[in-house]
Write a protein that binds this ligand. Structure first.
Ligand SMILES: [Zn+2]
Ligand SMILES: [Zn+2]
Length: 313
């Protein structure tokens, strides 16, 4: 099913429970000219697990919006470059937005830059996120200097460092604007992380909001007001993967949003489609798609998508 048609199908369904896009062999990367129509946004869930432990069922949290041949990556969980390759969008990288500095969201931030560059990157990439993004970027280049130097000489590549421009965000508000999208952010509630952001992308054809990791956040609800799509993290309280009373248990319940509450947030924000992602737990113990859907449905009557890796919306 082609991307646009698939999305129409999804948006027309009343209660959605859908399979990943990659139902068979992975798609080969597309030539830029062959990608989506100039003003049609593609939203692909690259990784939908929550938490730092690698999972067998889902990749680390990451999403990409692709408009034309331009890719906007939101978070860089473990394996993001390979997930982009599987989705056929490797090579579109133009911007990276990091919601917060937990390793499930930034573990492959530098690696994505390095691997895109080692393949074909010759143009600017702007990166956005909370401090110390600039220092992390600088240190990543230092750490990988042996590879960078050899490839520059051996393969005739342009130096990577001048291509990458990190921008640190300190508060909610305007992030960036180009001829295709306007990006705004809001500070969300994710203790003990000092600064965590949600992002809103107003694209030519629709608005898409990413919660990042957060407890229920009034700032997020304001940011997501009237959005077409809200991608929200999801916690299933009866199956918290930690011993009750442990530090990890306390972190999980204080820093994330129960999926029933996610439905209420979607309802209060008045979004059209709620996409569940960043699942905690992600496979152990198992929570079925039907259970996620039923819990989110308690307080939200709009479209609900239970996210899976490589699902395009
Ligand atoms: Zn997370
Ligand atoms: Zn987090």
């Amino acid at each position: 099913m082609a991307g646009v048609k698939r999305r129409d199908f999804l948006l027309q369904s009343a209660a959605l429970l859908v399979a990943p896009l990659a139902s068979g062999a992975p798609r080969a990367p597309l030539a830029p000219a062959a990608r989506s129509a100039p003003h049609t946004s593609r939203l692909i869930l690259l990784g939908t697990a929550g938490g730092p432990t690698p999972k067998t069922t889902r990749s680390g949290p990451s999403q990409i919006i692709v408009i034309g041949s331009r890719g906007y990556v939101i978070d860089c969980g473990d394996g993001v470059a390979r997930q982009m390759m599987l989705a056929g969008v490797f090579g579109t990288l133009r911007h990276i937005f990091i919601t917060h500095h937990h390793s499930d969201h930034n573990a492959d931030y530098g690696n994505l830059l390095l691997l895109e560059w080692g393949t074909h990157l010759t143009t600017t990439v702007d990166t956005w996120g909370p401090p110390p993004l600039a220092r992390m970027t600088k240190l990543f280049f230092e750490m990988n200097e042996p590879d960078l130097k050899v490839r520059e000489k051996d393969e005739g590549r342009l130096p990577l460092k001048p291509l990458v421009h990190p921008h640190e965000l300190h508060r909610g508000g305007s992030v960036m604007k180009d001829d295709l999208v306007t990006v705004t952010c809001a500070v969300v509630d994710h203790p003990l992380v000092p600064l965590a952001f949600a992002y809103r992308f107003d694209c030519p054809d629709r608005s898409i909001v990413f919660s990042g990791d957060t407890h229920r956040s009034e700032n997020l609800i304001a940011l997501a007001k009237g959005a077409d799509v809200l991608v929200h993290e999801s916690l299933y309280p009866p199956a918290v993967p930690a011993a009750e009373g442990s530090a990890l248990f306390t972190h999980i319940v204080n820093s994330h949003t129960p999926v029933e509450e996610v439905g209420r947030i979607a309802s209060e924000a008045g979004v059209k489609t709620l996409v569940l992602s960043h699942f905690v737990p992600s496979g152990n113990p198992v929570v079925t798609d039907e259970q996620w859907l039923a819990a989110a449905r308690t307080h939200f009557s709009g479209n609900i998508v239970v996210g899976h890796d490589l699902l395009e919306i």
